[in-house]
Design a protein around this ligand. Structure first.
Ligand SMILES: Cc1cc2nc3c(=O)[nH]c(=O)nc-3n(C[C@H](O)[C@H](O)[C@H](O)COP(=O)(O)O)c2cc1C
Length: 266
C-alpha cells in the first residue's frame, strides 16, 4: 500500500480541523503511521545503507555518536527476538530489523585509546546522551524510509527482556537495545491509519507551562478513533494503564538492569 495523503489531508486526520497553509514538504512527515503488516518484498542492502547514512547525519551530542545498530536478518534469530518482544509478527515479517543501541562501549574504547579514563560514562547524563542520540538517528532513518514509500514500526518491547536480548546479540557491557526498528514495504492490505494527535495547545505552551492542560477535546477524538477499531476504552484510560507498574511488561525493572551494566549509575 503506497500512502499518499497530502499534508492538508493528514492535518485533518491529526487534529480534526482545517489545516492552515502547509508546505508540500510536510506531506511525508504528517502522513506517518506505524506499519505492522509488511510485504515479503526485499530491500537491497545498498538502499538500507542510504537510510543508515540519513540516520548518521542526525545531530549528535558533542559528535560523540553514542549509538549503534545491530541488523538482524537471520530468520531464526528474528524469531528469537520476536519471542523476547511479545511475539510481534512484524519483527519476523519486515525486510530489515534493527536493534538500536545506546552504545557506551565504543565510547569507552575510543576514550581509552586516547589514554583517557571515561569515568563519567556511568552518569545519568551519559545515559540520556546515548538514548537521545539513538532516538534522533533512528527517527532520521524513519523519515528517509517513509520518504521512499517504505513503512516502519518501532519496537519498544526490545526493552522487555534486556539481558536476553543482550545475550542473543552479543552486546558488550555498556550497550543497551533502546528499541527495535522494523523497516519494509507495507503490505497491500495494510491500511495503517493516520492517528489523531493532541491539539497543539495541549503540547505547545507559550512562555510558561500552564496551570491546566485541556486534553479533553483530544481524549474525545482519540477515544472515538479507538471505538472505530472496536476498542471500548478511552485514550486517557489507555495512558493511565500504560504508566501503571503492572502494565509495563517487565520494563519497570529496567533501572536495575541498566545499573548492572554500568549505565545511569549516578
Ligand atoms: C520508542 C517507541 C516504541 C514503540 N514500540 C512499539 C512496539 O513494541 N510495538 C508496536 O506495535 N508499536 C510500537 N510503537 C509504535 C507506537 O505504538 C505508535 O507510534 C503510536 O501508537 C502512534 O501511532 P502511529 O505511529 O501510527 O502514529 C513504538 C513507538 C515508539 C516511538
Amino acid at each position: 500500500m503506497a500512502f499518499a495523503e497530502s499534508a492538508r489531508e493528514s492535518w485533518g486526520k491529526r487534529y480534526g480541523d482545517e489545516a492552515p497553509m502547509l508546505d508540500a514538504s510536510l506531506d511525508i512527515f504528517l502522513r506517518h503511521r506505524s506499519v505492522r503488516k509488511f510485504s515479503p518484498m526485499p530491500i537491497s542492502e545498498g538502499r538500507i545503507a542510504g537510510l543508515v547514512a540519513a540516520g548518521q547525519s542526525a545531530s549528535t551530542s558533542s559528535n560523540l555518536q553514542m549509538w549503534s545498530l545491530v541488523s538482524v536478518q537471520d530468520p531464526e534469530r528474528r524469531k528469537q527476538i520476536a519471542a523476547l518482544c511479545g511475539n510481534q509478527k512484524q519483527i519476523i515479517e519486515c525486510a530489515w530489523f534493527f536493534a538500536v543501541l545506546l552504545d557506551h562501549h565504543r565510547t569507552r574504547v575510543v576514550a581509552e585509546s586516547a589514554g583517557i579514563d571515561p569515568d563519567g560514562l556511568d552518569t545519568y547524563e551519559c545515559m540520556l546522551v546515548g538514548a537521545i542520540d539513538a532516538a534522533l538517528a533512528a527517527e532520521r532513518m524513519v523519515c528517509a524510509a517513509e520518504a521512499q514509500g517504505l513503512g516502519i514500526c518501532y519496537i519498544g518491547a526490545l526493552r522487555n527482556r534486556p539481558a536476553e536480548v543482550a545475550e542473543l546479540l552479543n552486546l558488550p557491557h555498556g550497550t543497551f537495545g533502546v528499541f527495535g526498528l522494523c523497516i519494509g514495504v507495507p503490505a497491500d492490505d495494510e491500511k495503517g491509519d493516520i492517528k489523531p494527535r493532541l491539539d497543539q495547545h495541549a503540547i505547545w505552551f507559550e512562555e510558561q507551562y500552564p496551570d491546566e492542560i485541556d486534553f479533553e477535546p483530544y481524549n474525545a477524538r482519540m477515544s472515538s478513533s479507538l471505538a472505530e477499531r472496536g476498542l471500548t476504552f478511552t485514550w486517557a484510560e489507555q495512558v493511565g494503564r500504560r504508566v501503571q507498574l503492572e502494565g509495563m511488561s517487565g520494563r519497570e525493572a529496567l533501572g536495575n538492569y541498566l545499573r548492572s551494566i554500568g549505565i545511569g549509575v549516578r
